[in-house]
Design a protein around this ligand. Structure first.
Ligand code: GTP
Ligand code: MG
Length: 201
């Protein structure tokens, strides 16, 4: 079993705030999902998309699955992805995140290789950033317990695991403006991002 061969991209949920399915976001004429998979396929051997619409990916070369425990939000997607993953650790990302930072991924891998936690997640004040993070197969049981008792909060579940939290100042060295955690939840955020990056994307 490889340590770091797999990436999980979450593409389920309701997209209520966006008003259209976020896994279909187009940025400057290109599919955001295609951009994410293009970049991550250079870094990981196995890409697992956890979606609520299998039809979209009929011709995809990647592993396409649905939640096993449905309607529980991102933790349900992480659970399905980890169960399918063939690696000890999986990088977890979301379909509404426009910025990937490979240097930060490399740094997390190095930290994990030394510390050997169950998960590696950035912490920001009293919040965590559940995506652009690593989770491991060793958490599946704890996640099932958490979801089974109705818990949905990723942070609460991570507190019960041996999680290595990356502190804000460390993450900011890689992404001073926190872009690598930015996610597009509304049409305004989408328009604003397109405007801001303009030709540089
Ligand atoms: N597989 C899976 N992914 C999910 C689920 N809920 C959310 N996601 C994904 O998790 C990421 C973060 O989701 P959010 O932006 O918080 O929520 P959302 O449900 O997509 O959108 P809202 O309805 O506006 O809250 C996105 O990549 C979603 O596609 C779920 O139940 N299953
Ligand atoms: Mg979001």
């Amino acid at each position: 079993m490889k340590d770091f061969g797999s990436a999980i991209i979450l593409a389920g949920g309701k997209s209520l705030r966006m008003g259209f399915d976020k896994q279909k976001i187009i940025l400057r004429n290109n599919s955001l999902m295609d951009r994410i998979t293009d970049i991550l396929s250079g870094e990981f051997d196995e890409l697992i998309l956890v979606t609520n619409d299998l039809d979209i990916y009929k011709d995809s070369p990647y592993t396409i699955i649905e939640d096993e425990i449905k309607g529980m939000g991102p933790l349900g997607g992480i659970h399905a992805g980890l169960k399918r993953s063939s690696s000890r650790y999986s990088f977890v990302f979301a379909c509404d995140m426009p910025v990937l930072n490979i240097g930060y991924i490399h740094m997390m891998k190095e930290m994990i290789a030394i510390i050997k936690p169950q998960a590696c997640v950035a912490r920001y004040k009293e919040w965590i950033e559940p995506f652009n993070a690593f989770y491991s197969a060793s958490q599946i049981e704890e996640i099932e317990k958490h979801l089974g008792s109705g818990g949905r909060a990723v942070y609460d579940c991570l507190k019960k695991c041996n999680t290595f939290f990356i502190e804000e100042e460390v993450a900011r060295r890689f992404s001073p403006d926190w872009d690598m955690f930015y996610n597009l939840n509304t049409r305004e955020e989408l328009a604003c991002f397109v405007e801001r990056v303009n030709q540089n994307y």
